[in-house]
Design a protein around this ligand. Structure first.
Ligand code: 4AD
Ligand code: MG
Length: 430
């Protein structure tokens, strides 16, 4: 019977055939151990000289890494095996013999692995990361659907620049200028006025000349936007959403977290509510910890965020940043006009900012003034101002960076491993 590795648990004691690749092998005189993978999982195939025709035994011994086969054998439950099951092999049919697979079981340098990303994805570690990424995407759709949000897709080619004009990818749109989207937010604001609670999930682009473990040039963002929603209500949605993501991965990706040697006790603490500190308190905390370089009005760098995060064992909201270091659309605090009703959510353990969000300006005159102050072309924002001309309401939203979230939950040092084909500074291959 033809089946998959994920399904062998239903076939203990039966003979099955699986289409698989040879990930690795170990042979001695009378026995070969084949590490097999088929995309759904990993299993060990045991080929014993006494159980198979001589040519099958010789084939098993000589089979090159990453060759593809149809392999037949009897399924055994085996507690000692890291996979839980083993295949007592009775037959092997070669589909394709691989030759000199470049990624051998020994250690390779990062640049080499990045050059072979199209093959590196086959490794057990990358498999686990991609499964966790998929779980987080799935949990996102589930969470927003359960909470009455409508998924709305934002355009990728745009004429607006919500997050500042310095990091834009410029392109031509026939005779006009256009940019690759930095954020779908402005479009989600329009959609929220039509559908109430909405979210987008799509690729976003930042021509950031940053070469850090947290920055990608192309990354995926989840961007909810809610009409009639205050700054405070926005934070509650965020802590519930992020906790839901962590719980979903804990519930559905135990094996993957084990493969990645993730300390799950740290994830188990992630339940609402999350701690909150203001920007002012964050500055004070940094001064207490000896960061004398930072002053009120400065933006935080990675070391600052890490120091703040280390004071808490859950993600922490930093709220009320100075208006001058945040985008034009954020609502000023009515009590203190120099700060805005915004929050960044900083992940624990040094993974940095995973969410940026705020209440949005809903007053027409103020928004127009802010667009002008930022030197943005009014004409490109007429449609956005229309949202404040016709039934404007208080509204709030946020953007969660998928790759940073995957890096944190899966415990991956660098975001380059959290996206199938990373676009990094100076890298667009493969
Ligand atoms: O804080 P950002 O720039 O916020 C926005 O774009 C808002 N318009 C979102 C909104 O309110 N709808 O980006 C949001 C998140 C960050 O917190 C971070 O997780 C991620 O996007 N992010 C990046 N991830 C990887 N590489 C980069 N270069 C990133 N820049 C931002
Ligand atoms: Mg931000």
């Amino acid at each position: 019977m033809k089946t998959t590795i994920a399904e062998v648990k239903h076939h203990v004691g039966q003979e099955v055939t699986i289409g698989a690749w040879l990930a690795n092998k170990r042979s001695s005189g009378k026995i070969s151990f084949l590490q097999l993978r088929d995309g759904t999982g990993f299993i060990q195939g045991v080929v014993e000289k006494k159980n198979v025709p001589e040519e099958v035994f010789q084939l098993a011994k000589s089979l090159p890494q990453e060759s593809s086969v149809y392999i037949t054998g009897t399924v055994h439950a085996d507690e000692r095996s890291p996979y839980g099951y083993e295949l007592a092999v009775t037959d092997i049919r070669v589909i394709h013999l691989a030759k000199d697979y470049p990624i051998t079981p020994k250690n390779h340098g990062t640049e080499f692995l990045m050059d072979h990303r199209h093959l590196w994805l086959r490794s057990r570690r990358q498999h686990a990361i991609m499964k966790i990424r998929d779980e987080i995407i799935h949990a996102t759709v589930e969470f927003f659907r359960k909470n009455g949000f409508v998924k709305v897709d934002a355009p990728i080619l745009t004429g607006s620049a919500p997050e500042g004009t310095t990091e834009l990818f410029h392109t031509k749109y026939f005779d006009e200028d256009a940019y690759l989207s930095q954020s779908g937010q402005l479009y989600m604001e329009a959609a929220a006025m039509a559908l109430g609670k909405v979210y987008s999930f799509g690729p976003t682009f930042r021509a950031e000349k940053s070469k850090t473990r947290r920055h990608l040039i192309e990354f995926w963002m989840v961007e909810p936007e809610m009409a009639f929603c205050s700054f405070e209500e926005n934070l509650q949605v965020q802590e519930n959403y992020v906790s839901y993501l962590v719980q979903s991965v804990l519930n559905n990706c135990r094996q993957e977290l084990k493969t990645l040697e993730r300390d799950v006790s740290k994830l188990e603490k992630v339940t609402p509510p999350f701690p909150r500190i203001t920007y002012d308190e964050a500055i004070k905390l940094l001064h207490e910890q000896g960061f004398d370089d930072i002053q009120w009005g400065d933006d935080f760098g990675a070391p600052h965020e890490t120091a703040i995060a280390n004071s808490f064992d859950k993600p922490v909201f930093i709220t009320h940043y100075p208006k001058a270091i945040k985008p034009f659309y954020m609502e000023p605090d009515p009590e203190r006009k120099e700060v805005v009703l915004c929050a960044d959510l900083i992940a624990p353990e040094g993974y940095g900012e995973i969410i940026g969000g705020s209440e949005r300006i809903h007053d027409y005159d103020l928004l127009k003034q802010r667009i002008e102050e930022f030197g943005l072309p009014l004409q490109a924002y007429e449609w956005y101002l229309d949202l404040r001309r016709y039934g404007s309401v208080p509204h709030s939203g946020f953007g969660l960076g998928l790759e940073r979230t995957v890096a944190w939950i899966a415990g991956i040092e660098h975001v380059r491993e959290t996206i199938p084909f990373p676009r990094l500074l100076n890298r667009i291959y493969p």
